[in-house]
Design a protein around this ligand. Structure first.
Ligand code: GSH
Length: 309
Protein backbone atom coordinates (compact mmCIF):
# COMPACT_ATOMS: atom_id res chain seq x y z
CA UNK A 1 0.00 0.00 0.00
CA UNK A 2 1.06 3.58 -0.66
CA UNK A 3 1.96 5.76 2.34
CA UNK A 4 -0.74 7.36 4.47
CA UNK A 5 -0.20 11.10 3.97
CA UNK A 6 -1.90 13.58 6.28
CA UNK A 7 -2.27 17.19 5.12
CA UNK A 8 -2.71 19.18 8.33
CA UNK A 9 -1.38 21.82 10.74
CA UNK A 10 -0.48 21.33 14.40
CA UNK A 11 -3.25 23.42 16.04
CA UNK A 12 -6.17 21.90 14.12
CA UNK A 13 -8.49 19.95 16.45
CA UNK A 14 -9.87 17.75 13.65
CA UNK A 15 -6.29 16.98 12.60
CA UNK A 16 -5.52 16.01 16.20
CA UNK A 17 -8.46 13.57 16.02
CA UNK A 18 -6.83 11.80 13.05
CA UNK A 19 -3.31 11.98 14.50
CA UNK A 20 -4.62 10.26 17.65
CA UNK A 21 -6.44 7.58 15.59
CA UNK A 22 -3.17 6.91 13.72
CA UNK A 23 -1.53 6.58 17.15
CA UNK A 24 -4.29 4.23 18.38
CA UNK A 25 -3.94 1.99 15.33
CA UNK A 26 -0.12 2.28 15.32
CA UNK A 27 -0.06 3.23 11.65
CA UNK A 28 3.05 4.99 10.32
CA UNK A 29 2.30 8.12 8.29
CA UNK A 30 3.72 11.08 6.42
CA UNK A 31 3.06 14.61 7.59
CA UNK A 32 2.50 17.45 5.10
CA UNK A 33 2.05 20.89 6.65
CA UNK A 34 -0.64 23.06 5.06
CA UNK A 35 -1.41 26.75 5.61
CA UNK A 36 -3.88 27.60 8.41
CA UNK A 37 -5.76 30.02 6.14
CA UNK A 38 -6.44 30.30 2.42
CA UNK A 39 -4.83 30.21 -0.09
CA UNK A 40 -3.82 26.54 0.03
CA UNK A 41 -2.79 25.96 -3.59
CA UNK A 42 -1.00 22.64 -3.09
CA UNK A 43 -3.80 21.01 -1.13
CA UNK A 44 -6.49 22.40 -3.45
CA UNK A 45 -4.60 20.88 -6.42
CA UNK A 46 -5.33 17.53 -4.76
CA UNK A 47 -8.90 18.14 -3.57
CA UNK A 48 -10.21 20.33 -6.39
CA UNK A 49 -11.67 22.93 -4.00
CA UNK A 50 -12.22 21.37 -0.56
CA UNK A 51 -10.21 23.49 1.92
CA UNK A 52 -10.98 22.09 5.37
CA UNK A 53 -8.40 20.46 7.59
CA UNK A 54 -7.28 17.67 7.59
CA UNK A 55 -7.21 15.77 4.32
CA UNK A 56 -5.74 12.29 3.95
CA UNK A 57 -4.01 11.10 0.79
CA UNK A 58 -3.16 7.53 -0.18
CA UNK A 59 -1.54 7.52 -3.62
CA UNK A 60 -4.03 9.24 -5.94
CA UNK A 61 -6.96 8.84 -3.52
CA UNK A 62 -7.81 11.93 -1.49
CA UNK A 63 -10.09 11.53 1.55
CA UNK A 64 -12.01 14.55 2.88
CA UNK A 65 -13.57 14.78 6.36
CA UNK A 66 -12.38 12.96 9.46
CA UNK A 67 -15.50 10.74 9.67
CA UNK A 68 -14.53 9.18 6.34
CA UNK A 69 -10.80 9.22 7.18
CA UNK A 70 -11.63 7.20 10.33
CA UNK A 71 -13.61 4.66 8.23
CA UNK A 72 -10.71 4.30 5.80
CA UNK A 73 -8.17 3.83 8.59
CA UNK A 74 -10.48 1.17 10.06
CA UNK A 75 -10.48 -0.64 6.68
CA UNK A 76 -6.68 -0.50 6.56
CA UNK A 77 -6.18 -1.60 10.19
CA UNK A 78 -9.34 -3.22 11.60
CA UNK A 79 -7.76 -3.84 15.02
CA UNK A 80 -8.00 -2.19 17.47
CA UNK A 81 -11.44 -1.19 16.22
CA UNK A 82 -12.95 2.29 16.38
CA UNK A 83 -16.41 0.73 16.11
CA UNK A 84 -16.38 -2.33 18.42
CA UNK A 85 -19.55 -4.41 18.71
CA UNK A 86 -22.03 -3.82 20.28
CA UNK A 87 -21.27 -0.07 20.45
CA UNK A 88 -20.83 0.80 16.77
CA UNK A 89 -24.15 2.63 16.37
CA UNK A 90 -23.86 4.46 19.67
CA UNK A 91 -20.20 5.36 19.03
CA UNK A 92 -20.96 6.76 15.56
CA UNK A 93 -23.91 8.83 16.78
CA UNK A 94 -21.99 10.25 19.74
CA UNK A 95 -19.07 10.97 17.43
CA UNK A 96 -21.28 12.96 15.04
CA UNK A 97 -22.65 15.01 17.96
CA UNK A 98 -19.13 15.75 19.21
CA UNK A 99 -17.79 16.70 15.74
CA UNK A 100 -20.60 19.24 15.29
CA UNK A 101 -22.38 20.46 18.42
CA UNK A 102 -19.59 19.92 20.95
CA UNK A 103 -16.93 21.19 18.53
CA UNK A 104 -18.67 24.49 17.73
CA UNK A 105 -19.55 25.03 21.40
CA UNK A 106 -15.90 24.49 22.36
CA UNK A 107 -14.71 26.84 19.59
CA UNK A 108 -17.16 29.60 20.59
CA UNK A 109 -16.02 29.17 24.22
CA UNK A 110 -12.27 29.14 23.43
CA UNK A 111 -12.56 32.21 21.19
CA UNK A 112 -13.46 34.55 24.05
CA UNK A 113 -10.93 37.41 24.43
CA UNK A 114 -8.76 35.67 27.07
CA UNK A 115 -8.63 32.47 25.00
CA UNK A 116 -7.72 34.32 21.81
CA UNK A 117 -4.93 36.20 23.58
CA UNK A 118 -3.52 32.89 24.77
CA UNK A 119 -3.86 30.92 21.55
CA UNK A 120 -2.66 33.69 19.26
CA UNK A 121 0.12 35.07 21.48
CA UNK A 122 2.67 34.11 18.79
CA UNK A 123 0.84 35.96 15.98
CA UNK A 124 1.08 39.61 14.88
CA UNK A 125 -2.10 41.75 14.92
CA UNK A 126 -2.16 41.53 11.08
CA UNK A 127 -2.02 37.73 11.21
CA UNK A 128 -4.86 37.63 13.76
CA UNK A 129 -6.91 39.91 11.51
CA UNK A 130 -6.21 37.71 8.47
CA UNK A 131 -7.25 34.61 10.44
CA UNK A 132 -10.52 36.25 11.52
CA UNK A 133 -11.29 37.37 7.95
CA UNK A 134 -10.54 33.90 6.57
CA UNK A 135 -12.80 32.11 9.04
CA UNK A 136 -15.59 34.71 8.60
CA UNK A 137 -15.49 34.11 4.83
CA UNK A 138 -15.47 30.34 5.38
CA UNK A 139 -18.51 30.51 7.66
CA UNK A 140 -20.30 32.84 5.22
CA UNK A 141 -22.49 34.45 7.85
CA UNK A 142 -23.44 31.25 9.71
CA UNK A 143 -24.57 32.27 13.23
CA UNK A 144 -21.95 31.93 15.96
CA UNK A 145 -22.88 31.09 19.56
CA UNK A 146 -22.27 33.94 22.03
CA UNK A 147 -19.63 33.31 24.73
CA UNK A 148 -22.29 33.30 27.49
CA UNK A 149 -24.25 30.51 25.79
CA UNK A 150 -21.08 28.63 24.90
CA UNK A 151 -19.90 28.76 28.52
CA UNK A 152 -23.19 27.44 29.90
CA UNK A 153 -23.60 24.80 27.21
CA UNK A 154 -20.03 23.57 27.46
CA UNK A 155 -20.35 23.27 31.26
CA UNK A 156 -23.49 21.15 30.78
CA UNK A 157 -21.80 18.95 28.14
CA UNK A 158 -18.82 18.44 30.46
CA UNK A 159 -21.21 17.33 33.26
CA UNK A 160 -22.83 14.81 30.92
CA UNK A 161 -19.48 13.45 29.72
CA UNK A 162 -18.22 13.26 33.32
CA UNK A 163 -21.36 11.27 34.13
CA UNK A 164 -20.53 8.81 31.33
CA UNK A 165 -17.31 7.98 33.20
CA UNK A 166 -19.00 7.76 36.62
CA UNK A 167 -18.91 3.96 36.79
CA UNK A 168 -15.11 3.96 36.62
CA UNK A 169 -14.68 2.73 33.06
CA UNK A 170 -11.59 4.25 31.42
CA UNK A 171 -13.22 5.34 28.13
CA UNK A 172 -16.63 6.79 27.25
CA UNK A 173 -18.23 3.51 26.18
CA UNK A 174 -16.09 0.92 27.94
CA UNK A 175 -12.60 -0.46 28.39
CA UNK A 176 -11.30 0.64 24.97
CA UNK A 177 -11.56 3.93 23.10
CA UNK A 178 -14.08 4.08 20.24
CA UNK A 179 -14.64 6.71 17.55
CA UNK A 180 -16.74 8.57 20.15
CA UNK A 181 -13.67 9.09 22.36
CA UNK A 182 -11.63 10.52 19.48
CA UNK A 183 -14.42 12.93 18.48
CA UNK A 184 -15.00 14.14 22.04
CA UNK A 185 -11.23 14.35 22.57
CA UNK A 186 -10.32 16.92 19.91
CA UNK A 187 -12.63 19.83 20.95
CA UNK A 188 -11.66 19.31 24.62
CA UNK A 189 -7.95 19.11 23.65
CA UNK A 190 -8.43 22.53 22.04
CA UNK A 191 -10.03 24.00 25.18
CA UNK A 192 -7.32 22.39 27.33
CA UNK A 193 -4.63 24.07 25.18
CA UNK A 194 -6.28 27.51 25.53
CA UNK A 195 -4.74 27.74 29.02
CA UNK A 196 -6.42 31.00 30.07
CA UNK A 197 -9.88 29.45 29.73
CA UNK A 198 -9.08 25.75 30.34
CA UNK A 199 -10.18 25.98 34.00
CA UNK A 200 -13.71 24.98 32.93
CA UNK A 201 -12.39 21.38 32.70
CA UNK A 202 -11.48 21.33 36.41
CA UNK A 203 -15.13 20.72 37.32
CA UNK A 204 -14.89 17.36 35.52
CA UNK A 205 -11.95 15.46 37.13
CA UNK A 206 -12.75 12.06 35.62
CA UNK A 207 -13.02 13.64 32.20
CA UNK A 208 -9.73 15.48 32.73
CA UNK A 209 -8.04 12.16 33.59
CA UNK A 210 -9.65 10.64 30.47
CA UNK A 211 -8.27 13.56 28.40
CA UNK A 212 -4.81 12.66 29.72
CA UNK A 213 -5.34 9.01 28.67
CA UNK A 214 -6.43 10.10 25.20
CA UNK A 215 -3.45 12.43 24.79
CA UNK A 216 -1.12 9.63 25.93
CA UNK A 217 -2.19 7.52 22.92
CA UNK A 218 0.16 9.76 20.91
CA UNK A 219 0.61 10.00 17.16
CA UNK A 220 2.79 6.92 16.49
CA UNK A 221 5.52 7.23 13.88
CA UNK A 222 5.61 9.89 11.21
CA UNK A 223 8.05 11.57 8.83
CA UNK A 224 7.80 14.96 7.22
CA UNK A 225 6.90 15.17 3.55
CA UNK A 226 6.79 18.30 1.39
CA UNK A 227 3.68 19.36 -0.51
CA UNK A 228 5.63 18.91 -3.76
CA UNK A 229 6.48 15.32 -2.83
CA UNK A 230 2.81 14.63 -2.03
CA UNK A 231 1.79 16.01 -5.43
CA UNK A 232 4.42 13.81 -7.08
CA UNK A 233 2.99 10.76 -5.24
CA UNK A 234 -0.49 11.59 -6.60
CA UNK A 235 0.91 12.09 -10.09
CA UNK A 236 2.76 8.77 -10.05
CA UNK A 237 -0.28 6.84 -8.77
CA UNK A 238 -3.63 5.71 -10.11
CA UNK A 239 -6.82 5.94 -8.02
CA UNK A 240 -7.72 2.63 -6.34
CA UNK A 241 -10.31 0.53 -8.15
CA UNK A 242 -13.95 1.05 -7.20
CA UNK A 243 -15.04 -2.21 -8.88
CA UNK A 244 -17.16 -4.41 -6.67
CA UNK A 245 -18.50 -1.63 -4.45
CA UNK A 246 -22.33 -1.45 -4.39
CA UNK A 247 -23.77 1.60 -6.20
CA UNK A 248 -26.50 3.27 -4.16
CA UNK A 249 -28.26 6.12 -5.94
CA UNK A 250 -30.38 8.58 -3.96
CA UNK A 251 -29.94 11.54 -6.37
CA UNK A 252 -31.04 10.23 -9.78
CA UNK A 253 -27.43 9.98 -10.97
CA UNK A 254 -25.36 7.26 -12.63
CA UNK A 255 -21.70 6.39 -12.31
CA UNK A 256 -19.78 8.53 -14.78
CA UNK A 257 -22.10 11.54 -14.43
CA UNK A 258 -20.52 14.93 -13.82
CA UNK A 259 -21.38 16.02 -10.29
CA UNK A 260 -20.38 18.58 -7.69
CA UNK A 261 -19.96 17.66 -4.02
CA UNK A 262 -19.66 20.11 -1.13
CA UNK A 263 -20.25 20.31 2.63
CA UNK A 264 -23.74 21.14 3.90
CA UNK A 265 -22.62 23.41 6.75
CA UNK A 266 -19.59 25.66 6.07
CA UNK A 267 -16.71 26.08 3.63
CA UNK A 268 -19.17 25.39 0.82
CA UNK A 269 -16.57 25.01 -1.93
CA UNK A 270 -17.80 22.55 -4.55
CA UNK A 271 -15.52 19.86 -5.98
CA UNK A 272 -16.47 18.81 -9.50
CA UNK A 273 -15.74 15.58 -11.29
CA UNK A 274 -17.07 12.33 -12.60
CA UNK A 275 -18.92 10.15 -10.09
CA UNK A 276 -17.01 6.89 -9.53
CA UNK A 277 -18.39 5.67 -6.19
CA UNK A 278 -21.65 6.03 -4.24
CA UNK A 279 -21.94 3.52 -1.42
CA UNK A 280 -24.13 3.73 1.68
CA UNK A 281 -21.72 6.14 3.38
CA UNK A 282 -19.22 7.36 0.77
CA UNK A 283 -18.99 9.22 -2.54
CA UNK A 284 -15.95 9.55 -4.78
CA UNK A 285 -15.36 11.60 -7.90
CA UNK A 286 -12.54 11.47 -10.40
CA UNK A 287 -10.93 14.70 -11.54
CA UNK A 288 -7.80 15.70 -13.40
CA UNK A 289 -5.45 18.39 -12.28
CA UNK A 290 -2.46 19.94 -14.00
CA UNK A 291 -0.25 19.37 -10.95
CA UNK A 292 -1.79 16.33 -9.23
CA UNK A 293 -2.76 14.27 -12.31
CA UNK A 294 -5.90 12.12 -12.16
CA UNK A 295 -7.13 11.73 -8.61
CA UNK A 296 -10.21 10.33 -6.85
CA UNK A 297 -11.61 12.67 -4.19
CA UNK A 298 -13.71 10.89 -1.54
CA UNK A 299 -16.36 12.31 0.82
CA UNK A 300 -18.66 10.79 3.43
CA UNK A 301 -22.39 11.07 2.71
CA UNK A 302 -23.15 12.58 6.13
CA UNK A 303 -22.53 16.33 6.07
CA UNK A 304 -22.12 16.56 2.28
CA UNK A 305 -24.42 17.32 -0.64
CA UNK A 306 -24.15 16.03 -4.19
CA UNK A 307 -25.58 17.80 -7.23
CA UNK A 308 -25.65 16.70 -10.84
CA UNK A 309 -24.08 19.31 -13.10
N1 GSH B 1 -16.32 17.79 9.43
C1 GSH B 1 -14.96 18.14 9.12
C2 GSH B 1 -14.55 19.40 9.87
C3 GSH B 1 -13.15 19.88 9.57
C4 GSH B 1 -12.89 21.29 10.06
O1 GSH B 1 -13.81 22.11 10.24
N2 GSH B 1 -11.63 21.60 10.29
C5 GSH B 1 -11.25 22.96 10.65
C6 GSH B 1 -9.91 22.94 11.37
S1 GSH B 1 -9.96 22.02 12.85
C7 GSH B 1 -11.05 23.76 9.39
O2 GSH B 1 -11.11 23.22 8.32
N3 GSH B 1 -10.77 25.04 9.51
C8 GSH B 1 -10.48 25.84 8.35
C9 GSH B 1 -9.18 25.50 7.71
O3 GSH B 1 -8.33 24.78 8.28
O4 GSH B 1 -8.96 25.97 6.59
C10 GSH B 1 -14.07 16.95 9.44
O5 GSH B 1 -14.48 16.08 10.22
O6 GSH B 1 -12.98 16.85 8.86
Amino acid sequence: MSDIILHHYPTSPFAEKVRAILGFKKLAWKSVMIPVIMPKPDMIALTGGYRRTPVMQIGADIYCDTALIADVLERIAPAPSLYPAPFAGMAGTLSQWADTTLFWTAIAYAFQPAGIQDMFAHLTPEQIKAFGADRAAMRAGAPRMAVAEATGNLAEYLRRLEDMLADGKPFLLGRQPTIADFSVYHPLWYVHNAKAVAGILDAAPKLSAWLGRMEAIGHHQFDKMSAEQALAVANDSTPATTDGFPFIDTHGVALGDRVAIMPTDYALDPVEGELTLATQNEFAIRRSDERAGTVAVHFPRLGFQLKKI
